[in-house]
Write a protein that binds this ligand. Structure first.
Ligand code: SAM
Length: 288
């Protein structure tokens, strides 16, 4: 019988009040602190393993992180096929960095506002980064992502915004000013990917992001994954590019690139990639 010292109600649904909530049994709190930017807790749950929550919102769990990080990274990387310079905004747990470094990249720059997320996830959730922070191709910068993209003169093939939700430090990463700076920092034909929540509960966020991306990108939409701990069904990953063909790379080319890369995955497959841009009507209407 598992003894739960306490429970954590996932803040991702806080706006629903008492209508609906997700509850995690907390078998053991491994670390908790108020950092300079946010409340951070890492705890043990029998079903999901170690769980990171920031400001009370579930960020990632050992049990299902692959469904998020693999789709956030491998869809743009196999769509382009030749990305060498990648920028990650956020991503403090290291999962996005880990998956990106599995590709034949020259340099991955990760701009994370909170050093404590990196340090504590390396200590208490090492399987997320799996040594990625020590990779010589990784370039970790502690800064506010909106400041970095406004000031950088570097150009990237792919920009991945692995942010918290649009509150607290993450709020600026959902603004049109941020998206405009990202566009300026992308090579022609490059692609911007964003974390855009669970449309069934956060449809307004996706709609707002699509509206703010549209003036800067010819093709602003989303693709889908399913992450059990992000309760509510499909999760939307924002996709913004000027090349409308980029989201419809033929399946045989995706298969060839995936086979050439030669690494195993637990969620991503070329067929899942090709299908991820097909969506239910209630989501499609949010980005049309
Ligand atoms: N996978 C999670 C999700 O889907 O919600 C997000 C993972 S990661 C923990 C989110 C990271 O974004 C955190 O480490 C947080 O510190 C970082 N972050 C939030 N606002 C930021 C900003 N303005 N600039 C850079 N990093 C930021």
């Amino acid at each position: 019988m598992t003894v739960f010292h306490e429970t954590l109600y996932d803040g991702h649904l806080a706006h629903l009040g008492h209508e609906y909530s997700q509850r995690f049994g907390v078998k053991q709190v491994l670390f908790e602190e108020k950092t300079e930017h946010q409340h951070l807790i890492i705890f043990e749950n029998p079903r999901f393993g170690r769980v990171l929550a920031l400001d009370g919102i579930i960020q990632t769990t050992e049990g299902d992180e692959y469904a998020y990080h693999e789709m956030l990274v491998h869809v743009p990387m196999f769509a382009l096929g030749d990305a060498k310079q990648v920028l990650i905004i956020g991503g403090g747990d290291g999962g996005t960095l880990r998956e990106t470094l599995r590709h034949d990249v020259e340099r991955v720059t990760m701009v994370e506002i909170d050093r404590r997320v990196i340090d504590l996830c390396e200590t208490y959730m090492p399987s997320l980064s799996a040594g990625a922070f020590e990779d010589p191709r990784a370039d970790v910068i502690i800064d506010d992502g909106i400041k970095f993209v406004a000031q950088t003169d570097r150009v990237f093939d792919v920009i991945i915004v692995d942010s918290t939700d649009p509150l607290g430090p993450g709020e600026v990463l959902f603004t049109e000013a941020f998206y405009a700076s990202c566009k300026r920092s992308l090579r022609p034909g490059g692609v911007l990917i964003t974390q855009n929540g669970v449309p069934f509960f956060q449809g307004d966020e996706l709609k707002a992001s699509a509206r703010r991306l549209a003036p800067h990108f010819a093709d602003a939409r989303c693709y889908l994954t399913v992450v059990p701990s992000y309760v509510g069904g499909y999760m939307a990953l924002g996709w913004a590019s000027d090349d409308a063909e980029l989201k419809t790379v033929p399946l045989d080319i995706l298969r060839e690139r995936f086979d050439r890369a030669g690494f195993a995955t637990r969620y991503y497959t070329p067929a899942i990639h090709a299908g991820a841009f097909n969506m239910p009507a209630f989501i499609a209407c949010l980005t049309d």
